[in-house]
Design a protein around this ligand. Structure first.
Ligand code: HPA
Length: 263
């Protein structure tokens, strides 16, 4: 038995690539050549989130001529959900036959050499929330290359060529939230080797990896972590910076997605 009950139009869709949009990045959907949209509530078995800026819609469309499924909004562990629930979209993508996923998020800067408003390719992660979507199995899944080197090379090259931007690359630390970090925690994260910090993506990446999918993940660096700048953090700031960066992501994905299909 399949985990999710699908509306007929979703059952027959056959998208090649799945994309998850993080906080403030939903604007990318307006640029998409959309065929059909579904509320998460229309898909049996899919949890519905409660956070502002996470609309909870799955869009089918094309990007650079490739069929994509775009999830606008995700559920988080800080909403009281399990890591397994937070990773539901990956199991849905897998049920739809998707083999490659692009995960995006908004993240705080931990490495002060990085700049707000820029994108960072995730090369690896720290699971500091210490929860896993694989609790209960499958056990002992290899994590030595969660984020595909092939896809990272491609995105780096496309970004330079197309957007004229040298993509930053680094380690994303997953923390529970829902509060932002203290300055002491941001210093701790840096000591542990993190470049950016956020409250999502890692459960999905672990789940997608376990399902044998290829993963690319990008953080929109929306703000300096606490203590690295003089002003306090706000969700509004995170949303604003994300909105401005969504266009750049769209340009990058429009050319990178057809190329992903070829490798
Ligand atoms: N910390 C954690 N999560 C975040 C941040 C942050 O500074 N900015 C956006 N998401």
């Amino acid at each position: 038995m399949s985990e999710f009950t699908l509306p007929a139009a979703l059952k027959s869709a056959k998208p090649a690539i799945g994309i998850v949009l993080g906080s403030g990045l939903g604007g990318l959907v307006d640029l998409l050549d959309k065929a059909k949209s579904f509320d998460y509530a229309e898909i049996g078995g899919l949890p519905v989130g409660s956070v502002e800026g996470h609309a909870g819609k799955l869009h089918l469309g094309t990007l650079g001529g490739v069929k994509v499924a775009v999830a606008q909004g995700r559920v988080h562990v800080y909403e009281g959900r399990s890591a397994r629930e937070a990773a539901s979209m990956m199991r849905l993508f897998h049920q739809l036959g998707i083999g490659t996923v692009v995960l995006t998020n908004a993240a705080g800067i931990v490495n002060a050499n990085l700049k707000p408003g820029r994108w960072m390719l995730i090369s690896d992660h720290l699971n500091l929330a210490r929860q896993s979507p694989l609790t209960g199995g499958p056990h002992f899944i290899d994590q030595s290359e969660v984020y595909s080197v092939e896809l990272r090379n491609l995105l780096r090259a496309e970004s330079l060529e197309l957007v004229g931007v040298k993509l930053a690359e680094g380690i994303y630390a997953w923390v529970n939230g829902p509060e932002y970090e203290t300055p002491a925690e941001v210093r701790m994260l840096r000591t542990l080797g993190a470049d950016a910090v956020g409250m999502s993506t890692v459960p999905e990446a672990i789940q997608a990896r376990a399902l044998g999918m290829r993963i690319a993940a990008l953080s929109c660096l929306t703000n300096y972590g606490a203590g690295l700048s003089a002003h306090p953090l706000s969700h509004e700031e995170v949303m604003e910076v994300g909105k401005a960066a969504a266009k750049e992501l769209f340009t990058l994905l429009e050319s990178a997605i057809p190329a992903m299909e070829e490798i």
